[in-house]
Write a protein that binds this ligand. Structure first.
Ligand code: URA
Length: 208
């Protein structure tokens, strides 16, 4: 596997562990998801390509480097991925956005797709898939399977929390896709929740 990158920066850990508290309000939780995701973006996007441009400063012309946001696509796994998406867009507002609607059947825990819309020409773009919880891995694997049909230039997967079971499943299905997480928790429980975790990320972001 390209590996799991645990982003252990103190600010990331502080925000993550504040969000975990069961008494964190919807407002606090949503704000922290966005802030945490913006911080994670620095590490996730460390290797995105730069191109040279001529820049006129008030004093002289110089050669500088810029990213090309159009080549970057954040793909949110609905609905909880939208919390991370907003944080990532706050630091790369020119990025393109895709959405994949997949839900976990509560009985079988199997992923069922109901929506798929991504920018054209993914072959020329780098994709960052976002979903707060890499739990069983079923949803993440199904999303990456689907994206690979569009043959993007690269794929990364970003979550806030994962667990050994989810990582192992991703590693087996997609060893070429690096996973970025703020923490790897102890385990998955019998209901498919990460423990100690933070509960249902979608419910906590949207107050449902
Ligand atoms: N999805 C969540 O929202 N929380 C978990 O713990 C696992 C999957």
């Amino acid at each position: 596997m390209s590996g799991v990158h645990v982003i252990d920066h103190p600010l990331v850990q502080h925000k993550l562990n504040t969000m975990r508290r069961k008494d964190a309000s919807t407002n606090t939780f949503r704000r922290l998801v966005e802030e945490l995701s913006a911080l994670m973006a620095y590490e996730v996007l460390r290797d995105i390509p730069l191109h040279e441009v001529q820049i006129e400063t008030p004093l002289e012309t110089m050669t500088g480097q810029l990213i090309d946001g159009k080549k970057l696509v954040f793909v949110s796994i609905l609905r909880a991925g939208n919390g991370i998406l907003d944080g990532m867009l706050s630091v790369v507002p020119s990025a393109r956005v895709g959405h994949i609607g997949i839900y976990r059947d509560p009985k079988t825990l199997v992923a069922v797709e109901y929506y798929f819309k991504v920018p054209k020409d993914l072959q020329e773009r780098d994709v960052v898939v976002v979903d707060p919880m890499l739990a069983t891995g079923h949803t993440a694997i199904a999303a990456v399977d689907r994206l690979k049909e569009c043959a993007p230039r690269s794929i990364k997967f970003v979550c806030l929390l994962t667990c050994p079971e989810g990582l192992a499943a991703m590693q087996e299905a997609h060893p070429d896709v690096p996973v970025y997480a703020a923490a790897v928790d102890r385990e998955l429980n019998e209901h498919g929740y990460i423990v100690p975790g933070l509960g249902d990320a979608g419910d906590r972001i949207f107050g449902t």
